[in-house]
Write a protein that binds this ligand. Structure first.
Ligand code: ZN
Length: 457
């Protein structure tokens, strides 16, 4: 199974506005009414003064916008935008969005897709809004559904039935969807877990949401609390008996799980994907070139979370690391982690960085601090997946929490140059020997104490 993908994010520029005697109302409100079958959205937007010259939706989604009216006058699109000079003093925009057609044509949950009886589509696909150069301020969204249909989203809700986020968050915003969702909410230490299931499976809803709940509790235990204030987990049907996941943050937190209809209890109990995705919640969204840190961290932390929860043994941990880490070593032509976005360097190169950082922090702090302390420090400073942070902020908070500069120094060395690690020697020093399925430990090895500490709960 291929490792999951955290979506690329792009920053939207904002522009300054001269002061006026009355401060401009900067919040755009959207009232969305979904048809009973979720095929069509009818949308009314109220844009504030000075909002826009041109309106648009995410790229590839323009073809499904219909019947745009600004203050009651029809407006035709020009290229992929709708001219909106009338909005200089604020305006009301009404239009329809053909969601079923978009899902059929695009078939991408980050734009529009139908999975089982649910229709996935984030608001960025269907909210007509100021074009990038004008994008500023925030918006509020209310969605009305009827029949058995509900709207669920990873965007943080503002108040009952309304969501609030900034326009800048819409690039790479959380998943959202319309469907006959069967939703279960649970309180975890420091946050709310919302699990919505659509479709039919070999497992019961209880068996599916119970597993997600358990994984969330394991991750909470590792981080000393649930890392975000609310996370929406959408479960939609897929072929086969595997589980595949994707996480999106920015203004909220969401995980999309493509859950194989034929997944058995045994396959579920063997799953690592849900923990991997939930670990993504505990790191800010970084620029695309640092995706190796997002994926590497989830790849490294996931088996540690499962080991400490008693789900896997230390033999399994070291067997997986010994098979995976060699795939993260630099190959000929490598230009460092920030500049070599291959699968191996992203997942296992990132995981190797995290292992080396963990050992370095332990060594430098006289074994009083660990990578986990750095990660907890980042979350405690507000750095979860709903936020967009720079690499400097992220490493800085991590180092502050451990009282070292290990992350900064390791990043500076690894980001723009290929750094080779002698893995056989490292494993020998840690006292780990893996031969096929057999794993043995040498407690007299020079750094065996670091390994034991790493395995400890
Ligand atoms: Zn991932």
């Amino acid at each position: 199974m291929s490792r999951a993908v955290l979506a690329a994010v792009a920053l939207l520029a904002s522009c300054a506005r001269p002061a006026t005697s009355t401060p401009p109302q900067r919040t755009t409100t959207y009232d969305v009414v979904a048809s009973g079958d979720g095929d069509t959205l009818t949308i009314e937007a109220r844009l504030p003064t000075g909002a826009a010259n041109e309106l648009g939706v995410s790229e590839h989604c323009e073809a499904f916008v219909r019947d745009v009216e600004i203050d009651g006058a029809p407006v035709s699109p020009r290229a992929a935008s709708w001219p909106a000079p009338a909005c200089a003093d604020g305006c009301v925009v009404r239009y329809r969005y053909l969601l079923r057609d978009a899902a059929r044509a695009l078939d991408d949950p980050e734009l529009a897709a139908t999975r089982g009886d649910a229709r996935l589509s984030p608001p960025s696909a269907w909210l007509l809004r100021p074009r990038a150069a004008d994008a500023r301020g925030s918006f509020e969204l209310s969605v009305r559904t009827s029949g058995g249909l509900t709207f669920e989203s990873g965007i943080f809700p503002a108040e009952a039935g309304r969501y609030r986020a900034s326009f800048a968050d819409l690039a790479g915003a959380p998943f959202a969807g319309f469907g006959p969702w069967r939703t279960r909410r649970s309180r975890l230490d420091g946050g709310e877990l919302v699990v919505s299931i659509a479709g039919e499976y070999a497992l019961s809803d209880h068996e599916i949401s119970g597993w997600i709940d358990r994984a969330a509790r394991m991750v909470s235990a590792h981080y000393g609390g649930f890392p975000v204030r609310r996370a929406w987990i959408a479960v939609v049907p897929a072929d086969g008996d595997g589980i595949f996941g994707r996480t999106l943050g920015n203004g909220g937190a969401s995980v999309l799980l493509d859950w194989g209809r034929a997944t058995t209890l045994a396959a579920r109990d063997d799953d690592w994907v849900v923990v991997h995705e939930l670990v993504h919640l505990a790191l800010p969204s970084l620029a695309v070139r640092h995706r190796w840190l997002e994926e590497g961290l989830s790849t490294y932390v996931e088996p540690l979370v499962r080991l400490r929860a008693g789900v896997i043994t230390r033999e399994t941990l070291w067997r997986e690391l010994s098979r995976g880490l060699p795939q993260g070593l630099p190959q000929p032509g490598d230009r460092g982690l920030d500049e070599t976005p291959t699968w191996g360097r992203t997942y296992w190169g990132g995981a190797l960085f995290c292992l080396m950082a963990d050992l370095e922090i332990r060594a430098r702090s006289g074994q009083s601090a660990t990578l986990r302390d750095a990660l907890r420090g980042i979350v405690a400073a507000g750095g979860d997946v709903s936020q967009r942070w720079s690499i400097d902020e992220t490493l800085g908070e991590g180092d502050r929490a451990t009282g070292t500069t290990a992350l900064r120094e390791l990043y500076d060395a690894w980001a723009h140059a290929p750094v080779h690690v002698d893995l056989p020697r490292l494993f020998a020093e840690l006292g780990v020997s893996v031969r096929g399925e057999r794993v043995s430990f040498d407690e007299a090895a020079p750094r065996a104490h670091l390994r034991r500490q790493l395995e400890a709960p």
